[in-house]
Design a protein around this ligand. Sequence first.
Ligand SMILES: NC(=O)c1ccc[n+]([C@@H]2O[C@H](COP(=O)([O-])OP(=O)(O)OC[C@H]3O[C@@H](n4cnc5c(N)ncnc54)[C@H](O)[C@@H]3O)[C@@H](O)[C@H]2O)c1
Length: 273
Amino acid sequence: MAYGLLKGKRGIISGALDENSIAWQVALKAKEEGAIFTLTNAPIAMRMGAINNLAEQCDAQIIPADATSVEDIENLFSKSTEILGGKIDFVLHSIGMSLNVRKNKEYGDLNYEWMQKGLDISAISLHKFLQVAEKQDALNEWASVVALSYIAAQRTYSFYGDMAEAKAMLESIARSYGYRYGKAKNVRVNTISQSPTVTKAGSGIEGFDAFYEFAQKMSPLGNAKAEDCANYAISMFSDLTRYVTMQNLYHDGGYSATGISEDLVQMIQQQNQ
Ligand SMILES: NC(=O)c1ccc[n+]([C@@H]2O[C@H](COP(=O)([O-])OP(=O)(O)OC[C@H]3O[C@@H](n4cnc5c(N)ncnc54)[C@H](O)[C@@H]3O)[C@@H](O)[C@H]2O)c1
């Protein structure tokens, strides 16, 4: 059911790779809620081609941009305001990648060049988006910027490798830039900390299936789906959440506040019998 929450709003949505992507679901919902927006992804991701189907469904133009390139991001913001006919009201940062995780490099044997690349792609890129937007004065007053995070920013998850550092930095940038941009233009910046979700980025993590199941059993509501994460993002882009900023918002079915669940206790008891 649509509510017209984003009627008249202009946006930029990054990170839609295929229909499992969280950003893909956000784009579909944003369209449903009346927004117009551009889509962006790394030039290399364009080769997979699926994003063209999404663009068609959403009447959206695609502007390729490598999230590590300031020049690409400058082009992304200036083209987006031109195409959409005015300043931007919402931005989704849904970008993450660790070369160390992808190549199964252990935490005690990290390749530091890869680590720096991963931090640049997954965290510093949020700063680049915001700095470019501010310099171009590309965002409207009360615009809302949302990036996607994971609870490994607060707690250790052995399989998550150096992405934990990337998410901690991402959340810190959301706070620091949220303060700056809030003072300057009432722009708000938040992160949504999402449950494990079956996507290309998620399932690239070793042991993901077991962890997905663990989180499912730990969360009273179960793991939050990509579609529901999209609903939350839409509410954060809407005018109904205007005074929420500089927050890391858990969207995880209650996982982050649960110590241990009955389901897990039962499972362990059964194993020990
Ligand atoms: N899937 C999960 O379990 C989960 C849980 C919590 C948070 N997240 C976060 O959600 C976000 C979206 O991930 P997803 O799960 O939808 O997976 P996904 O693989 O569909 O999306 C990741 C996107 O990052 C893009 N990307 C990678 N390098 C890039 C670059 N240099 N420039 C521009 N874009 C680049 C990819 O092309 C892809 O579209 C990520 O930040 C991820 O860490 C995912």
